[in-house]
Design a protein around this ligand. Structure first.
Ligand code: ZN
Ligand code: ZN
Length: 68
């Protein structure tokens, strides 16, 4: 078993050195550069997480319903 300094991309399963992996700030998945999405100045595991990050707001009492 190797992998003392290795990680695995949660998307494609490819083994990567940990420093090559991006940890998604939203869901915490480890993602390689190939699978990661760059948005808003940082990397995410997917565009969905990027959008979530962009739309995420600090605790807000009033919630606007999604276009009902
Ligand atoms: Zn990958
Ligand atoms: Zn994510």
């Amino acid at each position: 078993m190797l992998g003392h300094a290795g990680g695995r991309c949660d998307k494609c399963g490819g083994e990567q050195p940990t420093w090559e992996l991006i940890k998604c700030p939203i869901c915490g998945q480890n993602t390689c550069h190939k699978c990661a999405t760059f948005a808003y100045g940082r990397y995410f595991c997917s565009t969905l997480c990027g959008q979530y990050f962009f739309h995420a707001e600090p605790e807000d009492d009033e919630k606007e319903p999604d276009e009902a």
